[in-house]
Design a binder for this molecule. Structure first.
Ligand code: UD1
Ligand code: MG
Length: 453
């Protein structure tokens, strides 16, 4: 029978060093809150339930932790921060529901690899009672040191409690500890707070377990996976690592990036194979790009579905609700918002298309604006298949341009245009032969007269 596992995610920190009006774990990496990265990793690793230890912003943190997750999340409140051991015990009632394994995770360490969690439960299945995920620290200052003997873990010594010899150990506690669900409460209740910080250290669980003849081991994970976030600077470092991984994953799945370091992805960005991305492109949440599409430099996409073989930019902005069919072209300095654009249609230069439906093969001339907002309401512009909108036209919504219709350049269209009709809505041109020469002579004469005076 498959093992059952409870994840206890600690997210009650007050995070003063973030200097923020909101809980640290609500800050984002890849446009997803830190806490959601952690709960999703736990879900991917196959945990059956998440006990979320919350303090500040409890409701928002719970919401962020559980959004889109198919594993139940139960919040438990830690009103006073008394240490990691105390924090885990807040979930006592959930722990006693009965799980084979309990794994403790930190809500502010979003880079954890689900495979490490699986590796830890595999060690539990093989007989270890406590499994600690460790890493070799480039600079171990501040971390708990993992003290091993004969292949077993004998203690985790917090930095403040460590002897000089122990401080020289570079194998450190990453914070992720997996232990026996049936023994959890007994072990946690035995933790005291007689130490340098006066806190209940979860890390004491190792020595307590050993005193009961239980087996503790440490397994190693990359230091990068354990990065925690305490300051905005650390948040940016974590973002860099996350972005590097996401870009790498995209490239391995068949996406070309000329300068990956300047392409920013979101947690849910979907890029199909043979998508090509030029430098300096930003993908906000909710973007999907179909195969063969090219995203030219300096484009900004958010909430947009880009069809196969479309070309976007340079300098294009796709806002939420954009749905572009295959082979659509959106060119430089164009903004598309909440608009469906049919296959092969072109919006190539300096246009705003918002709250609109554009038919297949339509050509939207340079500088076309859908005037969608009257100051209070948004209105729809419909442009038929194969329609041609002349440059510098304003389409005052609600308005409908029929299939195959033609709008003369510079028109301000306020009434519907039927299929195949030509609409010209601009002042008729007047041409006065010879008038320019006469005007020039008159201006010159006046100038000469003024000079004499
Ligand atoms: C902890 C470990 C240390 C390890 C390090 C890795 C202990 C005693 N020490 O130290 O061995 O090397 O993490 O980063 O566990 N939290 C609560 N409630 C509390 C206390 C903490 O929710 O009462 C949360 C914090 O918000 C944080 C996490 O638990 O997300 C860890 O707490 P923190 O104070 O950062 O522990 P460290 O001193 O860094
Ligand atoms: Mg810490």
């Amino acid at each position: 029978m498959a093992r059952t596992c409870l994840a206890v995610v600690l997210a009650a920190g007050d995070a003063t060093r973030m200097k923020s009006s909101k809980s640290k774990v609500l800050h984002t990496v890849g446009n997803l809150p830190l806490i959601a990265h952690v709960t999703r990793a736990a879900a991917t690793a196959g945990v059956n339930k998440v006990a979320l230890v919350v303090g500040r912003d409890a409701d928002l943190v719970t919401e962020a932790a559980s959004a889109g997750l198919d594993v139940p999340v139960s919040p438990v409140l830690q009103t006073e921060r008394k240490g990691t051991g105390h924090a885990v015990l807040m979930a006592r009632d959930i722990i006693t529901e009965g799980f084979d394994d309990v794994v403790v995770l930190y809500g502010d360490a979003p880079l954890i690899n689900p495979e490490s969690l699986v590796a830890a439960t595999a060690e539990r299945a093989k007989g270890a009672d406590v499994v600690v995920l460790g890493f070799r620290a480039a600079d171990p200052t501040g971390y708990g040191r993992l003290l091993e003997r004969d292949g077993e873990l004998v203690a985790i010594r917090e930095h403040k409690e460590a002897s000089i010899e122990e401080l020289a150990v570079d194998f450190c506690n990453g914070g992720i500890i997996t232990f026996s669900g049936s023994k959890a409460v007994g072990l946690l209740e035995a933790i005291g707070n007689d130490n340098a910080k006066g806190e209940f250290y979860l890390t004491d669980i190792v020595e307590i377990a050993r005193s009961h003849g239980l087996k503790c081991i440490a397994i190693e994970a990359p230091e990068e996976d354990m990065m925690g976030c305490n300051t905005r600077a650390e948040l940016a470092e974590i973002e860099q690592v996350w972005q590097t991984r996401a870009r790498h994953g995209a490239m391995l799945s068949g996406v070309s990036m000329i300068d990956p370091s300047s392409v920013f992805l979101s947690h849910d960005t979907v890029l199909e194979s043979d998508v090509k991305i030029e430098p300096n492109v930003w993908f906000g949440p909710g973007v999907k790009v179909g195969s063969g599409a090219v995203i030219h430099a300096f484009s900004h996409l958010e909430g947009a579905d880009v069809g196969a073989n479309a070309t976007i930019g340079p300098f294009a902005r796709l806002r939420p609700g954009t749905e572009l069919a295959e082979k659509v072209k959106v060119g430089n300095f164009c903004e598309i918002k909440k608009a469906k654009v049919g296959a092969g249609a072109k919006v190539n230069h300096l246009s705003y298309v918002g709250d609109a439906v554009v038919g297949a093969g339509a050509n939207i001339g340079a500088g076309t604006i859908t005037c969608n907002y009257d100051g209070q309401n948004k209105h729809l512009t419909e442009i038929g298949a194969g329609a041609f909108i002349g440059s510098n036209s304003s389409l005052v919504a609600p308005v409908k341009i029929g299939d195959g219709a033609y709008v003369g350049s510079g028109s301000v269209v306020t009434m519907d245009v039927p299929d195949d009709a030509l609409a010209i809505a601009r002042v008729r041109q007047e041409t006065k032969p010879g008038r320019a020469r006469r005007l020039r002579e008159k201006i010159a004469a006046i100038k000469a007269l003024k000079k004499k005076m």
